[in-house]
Design a protein around this ligand. Sequence first.
Ligand SMILES: [Zn+2]
Length: 313
Amino acid sequence: MSRSAPQSAVSRPRRGWAAGMSRPVTILTVDLEDWFHVLDNEATRGEVQWRRFATRLPEATAALLAQFSRHGVQATFFVLGWVAARYPEVVATVAGEGHEIACHSDMHQLVYEQTPQAFRADLAAAVKHIEAATGIRPTAYRAPGFSITRATPWAFDVLADLGFDTDCSIFPAPRAHGGFAGYGAGGPAMLRTPSGRRLRELPINYARVLGQPLVYGGGGYFRLVPGAVGRWLVRRQAYNMTYFHLRDFDSGQPMIPGLSRVRRFKSYVGIRGAAAKLDRLLDSGEVMTLGAAAATIDWDRVRIVDLAEGQAR
Ligand SMILES: [Zn+2]
């Protein structure tokens, strides 16, 4: 198998190749949660608050599944355990349409605000709920708000303990909910956990534009970056990780109470045009699931990020 010069049909040299990659990948992922699962905000902090809001999840999921089906694409859904417990039929439909099922915690809390014991209990509950709804035991995980940081390397050991082999929680650029310092621009790596076990990492990525890191693959960033620029970046980069939410496309959702002006802007900018923007990205014919992308990577050759060497602070 060729391991250097990737021969993509649309071949212009791409940026951001990582060791072990044999072809460009654009990974299509969705964090399956409701419109009110917003972090770091008193009015949406936990289940007591969530119960005050009316769900939009079944309809919004159906709309997104229909859109994926029109394009004939498969995605990876990081499912909230709370969602799997309350709407098992929705999650079963997602799995039934051939999408990949992964885990997005049970109760959508920031990892760096939890003890290792609380994180383990939450993760076990999520696995139980997702497995009950779909019959599938998830092996890939993404933390709410990408909140596994250099300060919480123990979370990777807990993931390994509970049978996970793939993590997508690393956000390599600085951000409100932490970010993972020193990872680099984003690309696949093998994490060595503090106890010496291995976990595949497929992180968020960013591109350098005019010297600045620009995240473009999901959430408010996807809605904010003009579509043509986003698609140009996807074609330019060898590794792209997208991450979407139902609320990114739902222009009928109520306004979340209690958000600052900046967060309100980031939460609602560009929602009206987002579905059309996603249509054009899906038209590119490049997107794939996490599993399909992982299968193109030679995991014996990827960079090793060692969290056991006292780098973790
Ligand atoms: Zn989330």
